[in-house]
Structure formats: structure tokens, C-alpha cells
Design a protein around this ligand. Structure first.
Ligand code: NAP
Ligand code: ZN
Ligand code: ZN
Length: 344
């Protein structure tokens, strides 16, 4: 075993604080990563505060991870010591079920090992995330990062990027597709950049008037305040809903054209009511989407690097992580906090 230093939540109500724990020694197919940057996703906050239920503690959050490879197992092919590697929301899966074979490892039918607040394939070792100085992972669940880019702006792609890229791609976004993005936060700002890079006409639906200029700068064609959204009714081909809290899904369904699709990626802790009539009128679809598979995540990284669709970030040190959580809750970040792991 090897010792890792981290910031962890010890329970649902205490602030994150320094903690030390053990990680496995790298096996034949594993890489060990010195984590350099880790994004703060709203899912980190939901889980550290047990807002979704079923959190286990101590918990080291973090699944937007970029770092340098420090050790490689003898069967590792993709990485060398010194390579840059990235890790997202999934660190293992059964690799045998139909979903794993289809590249949908995040929906493994046997057992998916999410990066933290979950267990390894042995069914008992608790996974711990990227708010730590090192990570050990099978190379099949790590991604290569080519070129010379500011790595802190790449870290958020590992969750915010893939979670929005995956449904945009699957629903056939291309030149002229009318894409709505509901909520301009970490996921929302990546949805705007990625949809615009795919050629879409993007409309941001937001509750924050102050974000209007940013929306345009990020690549949106239009900015609509949700409470003044009647003029947008019936126009969108698809909408990516990134909102983290209670909001009106029936209103969002009203912005879709006939047979349009509302994709929920935001995960509010409480159920959100949907009227049958919001779907029946216009034969509309409501669906969900969770992160992305391994092959698709590499594809998304390569796409975003080629198009220059990197995250807008504010770098923070670990002593400020609890303050960053409070600011995230208030929507006070443009648009993703990224932790500097040299401050651990
Ligand atoms: P975030 O940066 O906090 O962004 C959420 C945005 O939602 C805010 O910027 C705000 O945008 C809007 N919002 C917040 N509270 C609202 C309210 N009460 N009513 C209406 N709008 C509100 O969060 P994030 O990191 O992007 O994550 C967003 C959600 O996605 C979280 O629930 C997270 O857990 C979930 N998530 C899901 C997946 C997945 O695989 N499905 C992956 C990652 C994250 P405006 O200011 O523009 O209104
Ligand atoms: Zn996330
Ligand atoms: Zn599987």
C-alpha cells in the first residue's frame, strides 16, 4: 500500500479537511498519477453533503483529474512515466457485460466503480477521488492528453465536458441544430462551447441576468432569462438541462419544438414534477444522461483540444475549498473552480 494525502469529508455536515489514507500499489495494468489539478463539480458538493443519500464517509471527492504519471505497471501500453494522464468519473467496471462491451462502462450491469463514494471491483475497497496527491488506476480508465494546453482548463472536461458532449453527440447535434442550455454553470458553460463547436445555434436559458455577456462570449447565439422565456416557446431541437436544484421541467419542455428532447444531466436532490401534458402536446421526449464511456471520453477530449473548447476556470488552493463550495452554491464562479494540488 502507498500513503495518499487528501482533503476529505468525514461526515455530511463537517467542512472538508486534510486526511491521509492508503491506496493500492500499482498492478501490472495500473498507472500511478501525481494529481496536479482537480475540478470541483457540483456532484462533489451533493455527495460530500449527502444530498443524494447513500454517501459513505470519509469521502475524498473529485472526478475531474489531470496529472503526471509517476509509476507504470509492466503491462501498461498507453502511458510512460512523465506522461500527462486524465481520469474522470469512472475508475473501473466489469469489462464483460453488454454495456461495458458497448463502451457504456458508466452503465456497467455488474458493478461500476465510480471514482469516489463507491467501491472497487472487489466489492469492498472504497474508491477515493482526486482531492488527493496521488491516484492509482487501470490504464483503460485513464485518458491521454496531447499537445501543450493549460492543464487546469482541461481537468473540468473529465466530467463537465463528457457529460454534455455525450448527449449532444448522441442526439445528432450539427450545423444549425437549435440547442438550448438550461443553467450556465460548470456543465452549462461546457455545453455551450461544445454545442457551438459542433455548429449548433445555442440559446442559453438562465436565471442570472449578469451572465448574458458571458453567454455570448462562450459561443451562445441567444440568451433568455428563464422567467421571460415565452418568446422561446416551441423552438429548440434539444435542451441540455444542467440545473442542480428545484426548477420547472414543464417550462423547459415548453421551449422544445414538436418531437424535441429535453435531456436531464443536472441532478437535483428532490424529484421534479412533470405533467403528462407537457410531453403529450408535441410528442416530446424527456431523457437522462450520465457522464460517458471510456472511448467516448477520449474522443471528447481530443475534440475539445482540437476545437479549443477548454473550461473557463478559477484556480483555488485546498485551504479555500470550503469557501469555494459556498460560492458554488451561490453561482459565484466563472465557470469552474479547479483545485491546485500543489497546495495539499
Ligand atoms: P453549477 O456549476 O453549480 O451549475 C448549476 C447551474 O444551475 C447554476 O450555475 C445556475 O445557472 C443554475 N441553477 C442553480 N440553482 C438553480 C435554481 N434553484 N433554479 C434554477 N437554476 C439554478 O453545477 P454543475 O457542476 O454544472 O452541475 C450541475 C448539476 O449537474 C449538478 O446537479 C450535478 O450534480 C449534475 N451533474 C450530473 C452529471 C451527470 O452525469 N448527469 C455529471 C456532472 C454533474 P444560472 O445562473 O444560469 O441560472
Ligand atoms: Zn461531476
Ligand atoms: Zn460491465
Amino acid at each position: 500500500m502507498t500513503t495518499a494525502r487528501a482533503y476529505a469529508a468525514q461526515d455530511a455536515s463537517s467542512p472538508l479537511a486534510p486526511w491521509t489514507f492508503s491506496r493500492r500499489e500499482p498492478g501490472d495494468k495500473d498507472i500511478e498519477l501525481s494529481v496536479r489539478w482537480c475540478g470541483i463539480c457540483h456532484s462533489d458538493l451533493h455527495q460530500a453533503r449527502n444530498e443524494w443519500g447513500a454517501s459513505t464517509f470519509p469521502m475524498v471527492p473529485g472526478h475531474e483529474i489531470v496529472g503526471t504519471v509517476t509509476r507504470v505497471g509492466k503491462k501498461v501500453k498507453k502511458f510512460k512515466v512523465g506522461s500527462t494522464a486524465a481520469v474522470g468519473c469512472v475508475v473501473d467496471s466489469c469489462r464483460k457485460c453488454v454495456n461495458c462491451k458497448r463502451g457504456l462502462e458508466q452503465h456497467c450491469l455488474t458493478r461500476v466503480s465510480f471514482t469516489y463514494n463507491c467501491v472497487e471491483q472487489d466489492g469492498k475497497t472504497v474508491t477515493q477521488g482526486g482531492y488527493s496527491d496521488k491516484l492509482v488506476v487501470d490504464e483503460g480508465y485513464a485518458f491521454t492528453v496531447g499537445g501543450k494546453h493549460p492543464l487546469e482548463r482541461i481537468a473540468p472536461l473529465l466530467c463537465a465536458g463528457i457529460t454534455t458532449y455525450s448527449p449532444l453527440k448522441r442526439l445528432g447535434t450539427r450545423k444549425g441544430t437549435k440547442v438550448g442550455v438550461l443553467g450556465l454553470g460548470g456543465l452549462g458553460h461546457m455545453a455551450v462551447k461544445i454545442a457551438a463547436a459542433m455548429g449548433a445555434e445555442v440559446t442559453v436559458f438562465s436565471g442570472s441576468p449578469a451572465k448574458k455577456a458571458d453567454a455570448k462570449r462562450l459561443g451562445a447565439h441567444e440568451f433568455v432569462l428563464s422567467k421571460e422565456s415565452d418568446k422561446a416557446a416551441g423552438r429548440m431541437d434539444l435542451i441540455i438541462d444542467t440545473v442542480s436544484a428545484d426548477h420547472d421541467l414543464n417550462q423547459a419542455l415548453g421551449w422544445l419544438r414538436t418531437e424535441g428532447t429535453l435531456v436531464l444531466v443536472g441532478a437535483p436532490p428532490k424529484p421534479q414534477p412533470v405533467s403528462a401534458f407537457s410531453l403529450i402536446g408535441g410528442r416530446k421526449r424527456l431523457e437522462g444522461s450520465g457522464v460517458g464511456g471510456m472511448k467516448e471520453t477520449q474522443e471528447m477530449l481530443d475534440f475539445c483540444l482540437k476545437k479549443g473548447a477548454l473550461a473557463d476556470v478559477e484556480v483555488v488552493g485546498y485551504p479555500q475549498v470550503n469557501q469555494a463550495y459556498e460560492r458554488l452554491l451561490k453561482g459565484d464562479v466563472r465557470y469552474r473552480f479547479v483545485l491546485d494540488n500543489t497546495t495539499l
